[in-house]
Design a protein around this ligand. Sequence first.
Ligand code: WQD
Length: 339
Amino acid sequence: MGKVLVTGGCGYIGSHTLVDLIENGYECISLDNYLNSDPSVLDQIKEITGKEVHNYPVDLVDKEALSKVFQEEEIEAIIHFAALKAVGESVEKPIVYYRNNIEGQINLMECALQHNVSHFIFSSSCTVYGKAETLPVTEETPIASAESPYGYSKQVCERIIVDSIHNKNMTACLLRYFNPAGAHESLKIGESPINPPQNLVPVITEVGIGNRKELKVFGDDYDTRDGSCIRDYIHVMDLADAHTKALKFLESKQLVEGQAEVFNLGTGKGTTVLEAINSWEEVSGDCLNYSISNRRAGDIPAMFADYTKAKEKLGWDPKRGIREIMATAWGWEKVRNKM
Ligand code: WQD
């Protein structure tokens, strides 16, 4: 087995997936330009796994530098995380998002095909479904028109992969994440956003630790059990496990060459914003400072997954719920603030 190239390997989901891959015996290399990550995470990965992971500090839009990596390394599989992913920022800077996410995908796929990479696993998102008419969301749920340049770049990248591997000897998995959150149980790695986080769970822990004044709950007048939005929060280590299982699925040659398979990665359980706050309060023993504010543009009332396909085909079954997510996210926030 050649090496597994993890793009965005120093990022949040990439670093946790590297840990799981290494613990499953894979030899991995990382490619990360540190735009939204820190090289120190590689030291923590070594502490957890005992293995050094080499990172190529390359930008995917630099085709020449990217090609050199494929000339120097024998790469058999790619897990592609490296992308810009802030929904709000993508609305302000669409060209930056299209260039980075789509041009980067094209360059990576060109190199992969030129160098006979066998397997490609793509970090996609439930965002591609938009506001789903029926819940839970299955892989057959129609793809809606994207609500943001970020979401559209994910839809385009999925299509680039499907069309590029057709009639080639490569197979692919497109993994549509719901809401990733939490941290590795060692609390040596976790979500370390370079820019102020926008996602609910890191905002809650920032407020909890005192680095942010209050949490604004974006609306409590939705048609849900308590009026706040419902999401399917998936623990990052359950997500990491799914990537390793997806790679094993591709290696088992259950797909014909040129085939790509889509999988939803969520727990199937919805949690409201107010329930998430309550979970943090139970775990921390503190009261969170929050207020109800206006709805956020683009938010949908409810979104949660049907992961039957991943369970049946990948043998994947997420083990951790919102409580474990909050316990590890809070533990990690305290470690980051040396408390
Ligand atoms: C969750 C809920 C907010 C912050 C996005 C992307 C998705 C994926 C995950 C990349 C919503 C509410 C949040 C706050 C709040 N990213 N909220 N106050 O929007 O479901 O999904 O991140 O793959 O692709 O679309 O996640 O964490 O921003 O919001 O009330 O300060 O928390 O309204 O209901 P979202 P989120």
